[in-house]
Design a binder for this molecule. Structure first.
Ligand SMILES: [Zn+2]
Length: 54
């Protein structure tokens, strides 16, 4: 599943088992829990971001 990278706003890949989020653009590589925390910290509208890519 594609999600928006919280660091560079490019397209990141959420693995099917929700274990990791990886962005090839800025080399972000975090767990899903860390990803959600980064989003909540950097963008208070993070729920909208997730909804965009369902
Ligand atoms: Zn990125």
């Amino acid at each position: 599943m594609h999600v928006r990278c919280p660091r560079c706003k490019s397209i990141a890949i959420l693995e099917d088992n929700f274990s990791r989020v990886c962005c090839k653009n800025c080399l972000l590589d975090v767990t899903y829990g860390e990803y959600v925390r980064i989003l909540a910290y950097t963008d208070e509208r993070y729920k909208d971001v997730l909804n965009d890519y369902k």
